[in-house]
Design a protein around this ligand. Structure first.
Ligand code: NAD
Length: 424
């Protein structure tokens, strides 16, 4: 791993360190394009903003916000906004870089970007959350826009926050610009199917991977870490396909039921209480025991760096579906490969969200909206086709699906880089 940048100090397992090692692994497969590989290790534009807001008690609080545009060679920046107390510039850089790879892996006409605020949103009132979102949007307003960079939801952000972002940007520019963010509510130019799109993409890639390894989804035991937008939606689809969701972990706790949870009860419980803890239809587990659970499919759908080398040694699943971004550190990736556990990497597995975001953006521009069935059919086809190309590349070079996804994506990114040429 080599990091030429002076302003971050990655470790091998940190998000940017993980990303750099993934780039190093793909370079041998890039042929002549390898001479442009350095461009992948440097974000194009990095913005750090101060976000001061008045709290309800009359005092002023300052939050640190970021927007990173990692690469815009193939189109406007695209990527979510995360609100979390552990957000750092380095993390946002890595998340933006994975967006560059992801949009190219599914061949969308976007680059990669990501944003975040270092805040625990659960400590803010709804009015404080709105003020913070609006001030952050104004501060990054210089570099976002429907043709420049289009934010979307990520951890702890949702349709309401996208609505405030859209409104703030529109107020500042003087006209309603629905295409400035995706993941908006349906009344504001949102797309049918967007909320569950990432989970649906996890399911589609999981279904294809299961077929390849001869794993029957009917009766398959599934463990899910992170029971939010991505994990919850993916769990629902696996359950509909006959799977049993036997374990779930989120920031409130870890629960287990060998017969599978009744999602008709668990999902409303999570919606009403904010987490899986306290769910009656399950046993409580110690958080570390989650990684030892007997299961066929493991879906990390929370944060980065969750699958460490030690946990990779203990995982029982045959298939790991990376709903989260960057959940597996490089040494754990090697361990899973050695143990013949198939990993469908984040950069293709969770690309369903950005794919339907692309549909939303196109629909906003044309002011013509598609049905949910149309969205889901198109999403399924894009994911299946992209995964097939990646799998062919993996078979041809005898490499992991992660390196193959990087190979397919980085070729597209670096061809665009080369054809555009260096300015001036
Ligand atoms: P979310 O806020 O809806 O849910 C996050 C979940 O993670 C919650 O259940 C939370 O309790 C859990 N969590 C947080 N900290 C945890 C911890 N320490 N241990 C266990 N669980 C923990 O967020 P989301 O949108 O579902 O995003 C989850 C992951 O999916 C992130 O890595 C995100 O970048 C990635 N992702 C999201 C989208 C999207 O469209 N929302 C798209 C692609 C990738």
């Amino acid at each position: 791993m080599s990091s030429p940048l002076s302003f971050v100090h990655p470790t091998p397992d940190s998000p940017w360190g993980t990303y750099l090692s993934q780039v190093d692994r793909v370079v041998p497969y890039l042929g002549n394009l390898a001479r442009w590989a350095e461009t992948l290790k440097r974000p194009k534009r990095t913005l750090i903003v101060d976000v001061p807001i008045e709290l309800d008690n009359g005092t002023v609080a300052h939050f640190e916000g970021y927007r990173v545009q990692h690469n815009l060679s193939r189109g406007p920046g695209k990527g979510g906004v995360r609100y979390h107390p552990d957000v750092t510039l380095e993390e946002v850089m890595a998340l933006s870089a994975w967006m560059t790879v992801k949009t190219a892996a599914v061949n969308l006409p976007f680059g990669g970007a990501k944003g975040g605020i270092r805040v625990d949103p659960k400590q803010l009132s709804i009015k404080e959350l709105e003020r913070m979102t609006r001030r952050y949007t104004s501060e990054i307003g210089l570099i976002i826009g429907p043709q420049k960079d289009i934010p979307a939801p990520d951890v702890n952000t949702n349709g309401q926050i996208m609505a405030w972002m859209m409104d703030t940007y529109s107020m500042n520019t003087g006209s309603t610009a629905t295409g400035v963010v995706t993941g908006k509510p349906l009344h504001l130019g949102g797309s049918a199917g967007r909320i569950k799109a990432t989970g649906r993409g996890v399911f589609v890639t999981g279904r294809e991977a299961a077929r390849r390894i001869g794993l029957d989804l009917n009766g398959a035991r599934v463990a899910v870490q992170g029971f939010g937008n991505v994990g919850g939606s993916a769990a629902e689809l696996f359950a509909q396909a006959g799977g049993k969701i036997v374990a779930a972990q989120d920031h409130t706790g870890t629960i287990y039921n060998a017969n599978g949870f009744d999602l008709g009860d668990l999902i409303p419980h999570v919606t009403h209480t904010g987490g899986v803890a306290g769910f009656k239809g399950a046993d409580v587990m110690n958080s570390e025991e989650f990684w030892d659970v007997d299961c066929d499919i493991l879906i990390p759908a929370a944060l980065e760096g969750q699958i460490t080398e030690d946990r990779a040694r203990r995982i029982k699943a045959r298939l790991v579906l990376e709903g989260a971004n960057g959940p597996t550190v490089p040494k754990a990736d090697d361990m899973l490969f050695e143990r013949n556990i198939l990993v469908v990497p984040d950069v293709i597995c969770n690309a369903g969200g950005v794919t339907v975001s692309y549909f939303e953006w196109v629909q906003d521009f044309s002011s013509f909206f598609w049905s949910e069935d149309e969205i889901n059919v198109r999403l399924d086809k894009i994911m299946v086709d992209a995964l097939k190309k990646i799998w062919d590349t993996a078979d041809r070079h005898k490499i992991t699906l992660r390196t193959a996804t990087f190979a397919v994506a980085c070729e597209r990114i670096l061809i665009a880089r080369e054809e555009r040429g260096l300015y001036p």
